[in-house]
Each structure stands twice: as structure tokens, then as C-alpha cells.
Design a protein around this ligand. Structure first.
Ligand code: GAL
Length: 693
């Protein structure tokens, strides 16, 4: 057994402990709570008690109710019926199950769509979505919002002080709506009026409307940008995407505040799909923390080896963890598949062990709860083929259900014998790295890629994958954070910037930070315009370079960059650099009319360093070598895990996950003790160890 005090002393963490105030909602000693979606409205109420009892017996600690039940909660306008839900909550409590309550705004009842058809989302052709599916109501419609808020307030009044309810999930996977409802157009104009202080000339300047006669004389002339027009003004699109993301955020914030009027001891969040580029994740400041949903096996073969499609992409959960956790210091996972899904291109069985592997992957990143989608396989409706914890008879536990039960037994066996959340070894926290992220960069770059094979998220993932092979804890952060919390920060393809941000980067480095800046950074202002200065020169004071030009190559005829005697292929983007005094050249181009000229440079600035990587390699191997070289210079100890194996620490435990197609032998650190699994970790296997006695 590990002694908590000793651990804290030995492994007191320099950074992470100080970054976030301890959240009040979850107890460290619980490690994680695990729960499941149950839809009472789908089943005979005579079965509820049997089901909830079995949910408890399997080891679950909470259930998730009422996500799509608006029609049952408000069967007629203004007439509410919570009696059925009260019965379900009481039965859950009888079996020691806490409840997550939902606001069901993703599924308005038919009376609402028929009586008020103006609330329906419209596509670009003006076609209104209709009742019979879900997510067809327009967040831009003030009327829809009003009706939704009325229902939510009733629900919050009813359950807000109920100690059986632990928290709330708003809506379902709320997305940024690209909605052509006329109210969205009005909303967009209002957004622009506010942004440009009612000054249409300011908007004309920001959007460069002197180009192609696009000039506006009034905000009322502005319409939503139409995807059908491929040459649509991209400054306008940038502002449209900002508006659309803000609209979703405002809708969620308003729901959250309504609930908080009544719910003083319950948390509020939502369940985002980790579409990092949509830009609304973390944008509702009223939330208590952020949650994501994640599906791993659905036909896309992003796994390793012949059976990889049954295990999934090794970094899919890790990246979501590292993106969501830094926003508010903790996160939960609201949906994780327990078996086959119904909506993939191919819906295979997960490899035996994979469901448990995903659960441990979520846990490893520092989460506080995990909820699986869903308890019973539905007998009707759109998701008939979706596996549950139990099968179509409502009682037989599925293979994934058994893996959940195993995970929950394992977690419970660890409670009381492990350390505090931030008890992590010093060599692990020493390699903690930030990746600075702003979705607007990819909005901007993806509209003007210049090379069809460029992929903004793919570029970022080359660095991320390397960091995970180092066994490094990674935080995706925004400009709202204090950079000085991180010894190393990577700023990948950060296209939209301004002098104030460049000055912050310079100050960070001068104070001892180590910045890795990559190609395409700070080449435009925040409106997406090129500054009237030499191309790319906004960061010259930081990198110490000038840029001669950039080049783009055919994917079938890649170029070569040489670093430390090794050659690396590239084609999507290569900047030809002109280093100034005191700048070291790390890599040069090996071909074309610029052979011998620099592609990567590094320099000291104040107490820190700036590494500038002007090229995007074809397979990420160059990015890996750059980071290896830098971490070696900084004397930061790194691991060398093969792709498919990841390792994290929390609560004084190391957790090693094997997504690869072969067993991996992990050498336990000195003094470590095995808690779960073996050093020879099979495919889809997990090893958990305590870090010291
Ligand atoms: C999610 C969604 C759930 C359910 C699930 C099925 O994307 O949030 O409501 O539809 O997919 O896998």
C-alpha cells in the first residue's frame, strides 16, 4: 500500500498541482465514477426496477436520464409531466445510483415543430429539416430558445435541489450549426454590427471588400456565406464561423445559468463531439467542466495492424483527454461505446479487451467520470443495431458489458490504496508540454490551403504523436492561459496572430520558456489579411530569421530536408529561411534551386530558446527528430515508446496502454509495484502500477 504523505513528498508536482483549483464535484479517492445511459421512456415501467438493480449489480454508480425526452416531459405546450421521471429517479436511488439529468433540447416534440415551423433549421437551399429525427431546431430562433428555456426552468425547479441528481448535461453533442434559418442571418448581422461598432466601413476594411466589387453600404445587405460559391470572401466566412460558434455557446450558457438558478450543488456541462476545429468547445464560460463523447470502432481503419480496426486509433482518446482536461482542470466522458455501433461505415465487434482498454485510456488522462452509451440495445428506432451493456432481451450482459464490470471492479479495488491525483513522478512532469491551439487557424488555413495535401490537424498531430511517444503529459491550451506554466510550448501553424501575441511569445522565451514555432505561423492578422510587410515577417523578431519564400511540391515527387546527416521527405509546405545573427541552422533543403538553404533554425533568446520549423515533413519523422534534439539539449528526459503504446500517471499510478498489434514489454520503474496486468502487455492490454513504496 502506498503512503499518501510520502508520495506527495517524493513526487510533489511542480506545475500541474498549481494550475487549477481543486474542483468540488468529485472526490479524489473515488478515482472515477462510472455510469450508463438509461432511457426509462423506451421500456415498460414494470422493467425499470429490474434494469436499475442490474445496473447497480454490475458496478455502475450513476445513470443518465431524460436526454431525448422532451415529448414525455412536456406532452402538450405548457403541460409538464415529471411523475414518470420521479419514479425512475426514486428507483435509481433505491439502488444507490446517482443521476445525471439532461435538458432534451436536441429533440423538440412534434407539437412544437408543427405549431411553430419557423424554429426549424434550414439548409442552404432553404429546405427545412423536419420532425422524425433529432437536432432539427435552430439555435438562432428566439422562439425556440424561449420554449426550450421554459421547459428547462421547470425541470431545474423540480430537480435543482434534489441530492439524488449529481449534475446536468445540456442538449446532446451540441454542434456549431450552419443553419440558413432567416433568424440566423439576422443574428449574423447583429453579431457583425456589434463587432464593427456599427461601422460598415470598418467591416469593409476587415473583409477587404474593395476586391471584386464586394463593398457593402449597410449591414442589412450582408447575407450568410453560401458554401455553393467556392470563391466566397473568406474573411466573411471567418466571421461567420465565429458567429456560429458563439451562437451555440450562448445557447448553452443561457441553459446553464437557468439551471444554476435552482441547482446550487449540481454541476452543469454538455457532451461535445471532439471536433476540435468547430471552435465552440470550452466557449461557454458558465460550465463547471467539459465533457466529450468518443467512439473508437466504426469502420475507419485507423488502428495498428490487421485487427487495428477493432481496437481503434491509439491516440484518439489521449488527444481528447489532453484537449478537454486543460480547459478547466478536469473532464468527464459522457459517451463511450460498449460494443458495436450502428452508424459507422462498417460496425465490427471490438477486439476482446478493447472496451476495457478505452476505459483505462479515458481514466489515464485524468478524468473524473465515464458514462457509457448505452445500457440496453434498442428494439426500435434509428439505433437498433447499437450494442448496449445488455443485449436485446434486456438482461444478457454483452462482452463489452463484462469489460465494464471488470473495469469497475478494478477501480474499486484501487480506491483507498493510491495517492493524490497530482502524485506523479518528477521525470514525467518535467516533460510536460503545451500545444497552443486556436481553431481559427485551421478555419483560415483550410480555406486557402495552397497545397491540397496540407492538413492542419494532421500537422499538429505530428508533434502530438511524438510527445506521446516521449511519455510526455500534454496540454492543449489557448491564449487565455499563462504560457509560463510550461517549460516547452509548441505553436504549430498558428496562422492568425498580432503583434501583442508575438510579444507574449518573446516575453515567454526571454523568461526561460522554450518555444517551438512551426511553418505558417503569424502570416496573417486576426481578420485573415496579410500585413503590409515582407511575407511572414511578423515573427522575425522572435525567430531571428527572415523568410525568402515558401515552396510547395507534388505529393508524388517529394523534396528532401537534411538534418544531422539524415534525410526526410516533405511536400506540403516548406519555407526557405534567411537566419540572422546568432541563429543556428538545424536543417537544410537538399534539392531544388534552394538546396543548402535553411528549413529549421534554433536560437537562444534571453533565458529560453526558439526553434523554428519552417517545413512540414511527409510522415512526422522530422518533427520527431527536432523534438528529440531539443529535449536532449534541454536535458529533459524522454521515453521512446513505440506508436500504439502510451503511458500516463495519475494518483500515484502509472498506466500503460497497448493499442499495437503485438505484445509490448514494459520495464517497470525502480520501486514500482504491479497493481493490474503484467509487464508483457498483450494487444488491447493494460498495465497499472504504483510508482513507489
Ligand atoms: C452519439 C450521440 C448519441 C447516440 C450515439 C450512438 O453521437 O450523442 O445520442 O446517438 O452517438 O452511437
Amino acid at each position: 500500500m502506498i503512503k499518501r504523505q510520502l508520495l506527495t513528498l517524493l513526487f510533489a508536482c511542480t506545475f500541474a498541482g498549481g494550475l487549477f483549483a481543486q474542483q468540488p464535484w468529485f472526490k479524489d479517492r473515488d478515482l472515477t465514477l462510472t455510469g450508463v445511459y438509461y432511457y426509462p421512456e423506451h421500456w415498460e415501467d414494470s422493467q425499470w426496477e429490474r434494469d436499475l438493480k442490474q445496473i447497480r449489480d454490475l458496478g455502475f454508480e450513476f445513470v443518465h436520464f431524460a436526454e431525448f425526452a422532451w415529448a414525455q416531459l412536456e406532452p402538450e405546450e405548457g403541460k409538464y409531466d415529471f411523475a414518470w421521471l420521479d419514479r425512475a429517479v426514486a428507483l435509481a436511488a433505491k439502488y444507490d445510483l446517482k443521476v445525471i439529468m439532461c435538458t432534451s433540447t436536441a429533440t423538440p416534440p412534434v407539437w412544437l415543430s408543427r405549431k411553430y415551423p419557423e424554429i426549424l433549421v434550414r439548409n442552404e437551399q432553404g429546405i427545412a429539416l423536419d420532425h422524425g429525427a433529432r437536432q432539427h431546431a435552430s439555435f438562432a430562433s428566439p422562439l425556440y430558445r424561449e420554449l426550450a428555456y421554459k421547459m428547462i426552468e421547470k425541470l431545474a425547479e423540480h430537480y435543482g435541489s434534489d441530492p439524488r441528481i449529481i449534475g446536468w448535461q445540456l442538449d446532446n453533442e451540441p454542434a456549431v450549426q450552419f443553419d440558413y434559418n432567416p433568424k440566423a442571418e439576422l443574428g449574423y448581422r447583429d453579431f457583425l454590427r456589434k463587432k464593427y461598432n456599427n461601422d460598415i466601413q470598418a467591416l469593409n476594411a476587415a473583409w477587404g471588400t474593395s476586391f471584386w466589387s464586394e463593398v457593402y453600404s449597410s449591414f442589412d445587405e450582408i447575407t450568410l456565406p453560401k458554401p455553393a460559391q467556392m470563391f466566397m470572401n473568406h474573411h466573411q466566412i471567418l466571421d461567420y464561423r465565429r458567429f456560429a460558434a458563439a451562437q451555440t455557446n450562448e445557447f448553452l450558457d443561457a441553459q446553464c445559468l437557468l439551471i444554476k438558478k435552482y441547482a446550487k450543488n449540481q454541476w452543469v456541462t454538455t457532451n461535445y463531439i471532439p471536433n476540435y476545429e468547430e471552435g465552440h468547445i470550452g466557449g461557454s464560460p458558465t460550465f463547471d467542466f467539459q465533457c466529450y463523447t468518443r467512439y473508437m470502432v466504426y469502420g475507419d481503419n485507423e488502428g495498428i495492424g490487421r485487427r487495428g480496426y477493432r481496437v481503434g486509433n491509439p491516440l484518439r482518446i489521449a488527444l481528447a483527454n489532453d484537449f478537454f482536461r486543460p480547459i478547466q482542470g478536469t473532464y468527464g466522458v459522457m459517451e463511450l461505446q460498449p460494443g458495436q455501433v450502428n452508424w459507422g461505415t462498417i460496425n465490427p465487434q471490438p477486439l476482446p479487451g478493447a472496451v476495457r482498454l478505452w476505459l483505462w485510456s479515458v481514466f489515464a488522462g485524468g478524468s473524473d467520470f465515464i458514462c457509457t452509451y448505452r445500457y440496453r440495445q434498442p428494439l426500435f428506432g434509428t439505433e437498433q443495431y447499437h450494442y448496449g451493456i445488455v443485449g436485446t432481451d434486456g438482461v444478457t450482459v454483452t462482452p463489452g458489458g463484462h469489460e465494464y464490470a471488470q473495469f469497475m471492479r478494478e477501480i474499486k479495488s484501487l480506491r483507498g490504496q493510491v495517492g493524490e491525483r497530482e502524485a506523479k513522478p518528477a521525470d514525467y512532469t518535467a516533460r510536460r508540454t503545451a500545444i497552443l491551439f486556436n481553431h481559427e487557424n485551421s478555419w483560415s488555413i483550410e480555406r486557402q490551403k495552397q497545397n491540397a495535401t496540407w492538413n492542419t490537424m494532421g500537422h499538429i498531430e505530428k508533434y502530438y504523436r511524438t510527445l506521446k511517444s516521449f511519455g510526455a503529459p500534454v496540454d492543449f491550451i489557448t491564449e487565455a492561459k499563462d504560457f509560463t506554466d510550461y517549460r516547452v510550448m509548441i505553436v504549430p501553424a498558428y496562422q492568425l496572430a498580432d503583434k501583442a501575441l508575438v510579444d507574449r511569445w518573446i516575453a515567454y522565451v526571454k523568461q526561460g520558456g522554450n518555444l517551438v514555432v512551426t511553418c505558417r505561423t503569424a502570416q496573417k492578422d486576426r481578420y485573415g489579411r496579410l500585413p503590409e510587410a515582407p511575407f511572414g515577417s511578423m515573427i522575425d523578431p522572435l525567430t531571428g530569421n527572415e523568410m525568402e519564400f515558401y515552396d510547395l511540391l507534388l505529393p508524388e515527387d517529394k523534396g528532401v530536408v537534411e538534418m544531422d546527416g539524415k534525410r526526410y521527405a516533405w511536400n506540403t509546405w516548406g519555407e526557405i529561411l534567411k537566419p540572422g545573427k546568432g541563429v543556428q541552422v538545424w536543417a537544410t533543403y537538399d534539392e531544388e534551386f534552394y538546396a543548402g538553404k535553411p528549413a529549421i533554425t534554433s536560437r537562444r533568446l534571453g533565458r529560453g530558446t526558439v526553434t523554428y520549423v519552417g517545413v512540414d515533413s511527409a510522415d512526422g519523422s522530422l518533427e520527431r527528430e527536432v523534438l528529440k534534439k531539443l529535449y536532449a539539449e534541454l536535458e529533459i528526459p524522454v521515453m521512446d515508446l513505440p506508436y500504439g503504446v502510451t503511458m500516463e500517471y495519475r494518483n500515484g499510478m502509472g498506466i500503460v496502454l497497448n493499442y499495437s498489434d503485438r505484445p509490448y514489454r514494459f520495464e517497470l520503474p525502480k520501486g514500482a509495484k504491479k497493481l493490474i496486468g503484467e509487464e508483457a502487455i498483450p494487444t488491447a492490454g493494460v498495465l497499472v502500477f504504483s510508482i513507489a513504496e
